[in-house]
Structure formats: structure tokens, C-alpha cells
Design a protein around this ligand. Structure first.
Ligand code: IPE
Ligand code: IPE
Ligand code: MG
Length: 246
């Protein structure tokens, strides 16, 4: 299905537009299985969906779109599948970032991506640098990301500052913790979507999603597109957020 930019823009109008949408892209394997295809076919189609959704985020005027691409737990998958996923990522950074960059997309990465293969790390760093002045939409890719590891890392960094005599433990506030997270310069997600019908967070943005509106949709990730993103943004507008107040 195609949808005009005007429709997409209209869906994004009003105060109730999320500034930051975060997505757990799930269901590639099941998409492939239902077609008797290998899992890699689902991941390939999932990458296409990701590209379309980034374009949709730009059209909707979202400031930030975070995509959960590889978790710290995904290393538990068979080596072949991990290698296929890294291959797709390499292709995406090499060939697709360019077009997105031309559309004003800035790339950021959260997670311990430095642990990936050195050539991939280099490609990622180059893409981050190349797009750093773009201002339309920031695409945040969560790579080798796990919220528990992220929070443990923040605790470690704070402990080191205390040990160096630069920080008094009594001064440690939520803001201090936030300043040590990978997302230190990214606002928290307003809307968090998970596809494929699973209703869990799988170690994604556990701190940052404290007040995010959660949406679980049955659509498998390879079938998710611009229209689904626009629909989620529209549904978000009907949610009442309270942040603990009245
Ligand atoms: C999401 O699809 C992609 C990644 C986790 C990298 P899955 O591969 O988890 O697909 P299912 O959940 O097996 O269907
Ligand atoms: C979450 O999906 C991770 C990503 C989408 C990258 P998983 O498919 O790995 O999550 P679980 O294992 O079903 O919780
Ligand atoms: Mg899954």
C-alpha cells in the first residue's frame, strides 16, 4: 500500500506527536517460516521494512527513531544467523545510509557496537561522522545493545568518578545516571512499539522507557511499513500521559 506524504504529514500533526519513537523490530524469523523460507530471507525483508520506516519517520517529522537491531542476547543465536545479520547491517551502512543521509537523516548508534567486527565499526563510525550535521530525523540504531549492560556501565562510570574524587555519592541523581547512558543526548522515547505480537521489552531501553507509551502490534516486522508507523503515531495522539501527576 502506498500513502502520500501529505497523509503522513497530517498523521504527524498536533502537539500529541511523539518526538521519539522506538521500535523493537520483531518477527523476521516467523515471517520467513510462514513462507517456508530460511530465516535470513525474513531478515532481508526486515531490512527493507526498516528503510521504509525510516523514510516514514522523516515524512512524519519525527525527531528521533530508534530501531532495536541486535541485542546483547542475540549472540546466543546460531553463528550463521549472527553472521547473516552482521552482513545485512554492513550492506545497510554501506549502501543505504547514503540515501537516508540525503534526506537529512543523522545516524547515531547505542550499545557496545565497538565489539563488532573492526571493518563494521569503521563503517559505522564513518557514517555517524558523515551524517552528524543532518538535522531532520535522527536514526538511532541499537546494536549489541542491552539495557542492563547499559545501566551497569553507567554505574561503573559513576563509581570511577567517585573513586577519582570527582563525585560525591550523595550527589548521584537520576540525571547523573542518565548522563552516563548511551542515550545521554537523546530524549526518552514517547512511544515504544513492538511488532510480532510478543509483549515484552527484551532488555530494550529499560531506563528510558519509564514513561513511554507502549504499543504491541501483531504485524510481523517485515510487513510493517510507513502506514503502520503513521497509524501508531495517530493512536499515540489519543493516549493520555500523566507522568505521575493528575
Ligand atoms: C527480529 O526478528 C530480528 C532480530 C532479533 C535481529 P527475529 O529474528 O527475532 O524473528 P522471530 O522472533 O524469530 O520471528
Ligand atoms: C528483541 O527481539 C531484539 C531485537 C529486536 C533486536 P528478540 O526476538 O531477540 O527477543 P526475544 O528473544 O523474543 O525476547
Ligand atoms: Mg524475535
Amino acid at each position: 500500500m502506498t500513502v502520500s506524504s501529505a497523509t503522513l504529514a497530517a498523521a504527524g500533526e498536533g502537539d500529541a506527536k511523539p518526538r521519539h519513537v522506538a521500535i523493537i523490530m520483531d518477527g523476521n524469523g516467523r515471517w520467513a517460516k510462514s513462507r517456508m523460507l530460511p530465516r535470513i530471507a525474513g531478515h532481508r525483508k526486515g531490512t527493507e521494512a526498516a528503510k521504509a520506516v525510516v523514510r516514514g519517520a522523516v515524512d512524519l517529522g519525527l525527531d528521533y527513531l530508534t530501531l532495536y537491531a541486535f541485542s546483547t542476547e542475540n549472540w546466543r543465536r546460531p553463528a550463521d544467523e549472527v553472521s547473516d545479520l552482521m552482513g545485512l547491517l554492513r550492506h545497510f551502512i554501506r549502501h543505504d545510509i547514503e540515501e537516508l543521509a540525503d534526506n537529512g537523516v543523522r545516524l547515531k548508534v547505542i550499545g557496545d557496537y565497538q565489539r563488532l567486527q573492526p571493518d563494521l565499526v569503521k563503517l559505522i563510525d564513518a557514517a555517524i561522522l558523515k551524517t552528524s550535521n543532518n538535522r531532520r530525523t535522527t536514526l538511532v540504531i541499537a546494536l549489541n545493545y542491552g539495557a542492563q549492560a547499559e545501566i551497569a556501565r553507567a554505574a561503573r562510570l559513576l563509581a570511577e568518578a567517585v573513586q577519582a574524587g570527582q563525585l560525591d555519592p550523595a550527589d548521584i541523581t537520576p540525571e547523573q545516571v542518565e548522563a552516563q547512558l548511551y542515550t545521554q543526548d537523546i530524549p526518552p522515547p514517547d512511544l515504544l512499539i513492538r511488532t510480532s505480537g510478543e509483549k515484552r521489552l527484551s532488555n530494550f531501553l529499560l531506563w528510558q522507557a519509564a514513561y513511554a507509551e507502549l504499543m504491541f502490534v501483531d504485524t510481523l516486522w517485515p510487513d510493517f511499513g510507513k502506514v503502520d508507523l503513521a497509524a501508531a503515531v495517530q493512536a499515540f495522539a489519543g493516549r493520555e500521559r500523566r507522568f505521575g501527576g493528575l
